[in-house]
Design a protein around this ligand. Sequence first.
Ligand code: ZN
Length: 422
Amino acid sequence: MSLKPETRDFLQKESLERFLHYVTIHTTSDDEKAGKTPSTERQFDLAKILRDELKELGLEKVELDEYCYVYATLPSNVDKNTVPIGFIAHIDTSNAVSGENVKPIIHKNYDGSDIVLSADPAVVISPSDVPYLKKVVGENIITASGDTLLGADDKAGIAEIMAAMAAFKKFPQLKHGEIRICFTPDEEIGMGTAKITLDKLGKYCYTVDGSEPGEIENECFDAYMVELTFNGVNVHPGFAKNKMTNAVNIAGRYLADLPEWESPEHTEKREGFYHPMGISGNVEKCSFKMIVRDFENQANLTRIEALKKLNAAYEARYPNLKIEMEVKHQYQNMREVLDNYPEVIELAVKAIELSEIKVIQNYIRGGTDGSRLCQMGIPTPNLFAGGMLFHGKKEFIAESSLRKAAETIIHLSALWADKGTD
Ligand SMILES: [Zn+2]
């Protein structure tokens, strides 16, 4: 059931051409303007192009709304009733590195050595740091030019979805049910679902925003934000004995009492952590924000209980101290939702296998728009888009990964059409 060479060649050409175009359009989002959707007007520059291209491809209900969301529907071409499924990718790029004036470079027939994008300052992509490079020796590798990110996160995802839609138009023998496309702004600042219209999405969706070919991610962190405020007592320091309660000193001691090994810098894989992100204050009042992360909600609740006990111990030790703690559940592990819809992952795994790629079931040490959509009632795991080393000047993608992801989208659509309604 693998695709014909002609279809594969078409997908390769389409996805590459589109990708090389999309990355040249500046779409950086801005976390300081997260109150507004989109955070930056420039994201419309790409959104308008996508709207026009989807119309050209003949999709239906093509729409670009005032919040910079692009929606489109490809009607089913099979006789039976099918479940509408969705593919989602994001328009914006991370503001960690400039995304302006991106000049993609294709390194043909990669020979396995260091890829030097800039000598001074050194921007070198080396197989000694990135073992994945050994898997793509002999292939064409796309990078930026050393000054910017590439933007494969997530313009690869957009190009792959567009290439798959173009293939459905060109080869009507490829079967699919109803497909709903959504391109969102502001994913990188955690606001990709802020103004999303749920009933324009598929019943089940896939974000095409993962990394290495073959990846399917059905887990993310369970996430809490904790804000602690230490209220002390200020007195002239010359006369402070037995009177002053210095919130700065106390907050410092409190932070030192957190388990050192449960921090981002000492954890990996499925381990959780406490992460104080910033602190501000004075003798009278000192506060800090801390994120708490784990894959298991119970483990996070245990951490929050531990903080409450620590608060009580500190208030007992410093009678004039008052600690306020605010706890907010930011998002949950999407596995908790996806476990109820096993076919969403099963069909993705099958589609990856049909594309002749090794399946990598992974978890995300972070959150995704998919995890938020899961909470909103739309099961949405994350499918690979093929880019590596996101959010940096060394970001790259193998040309073949674009085709592989587009191929997976085609197979996945066929499998859902085959399944019919549940
Ligand atoms: Zn992304």
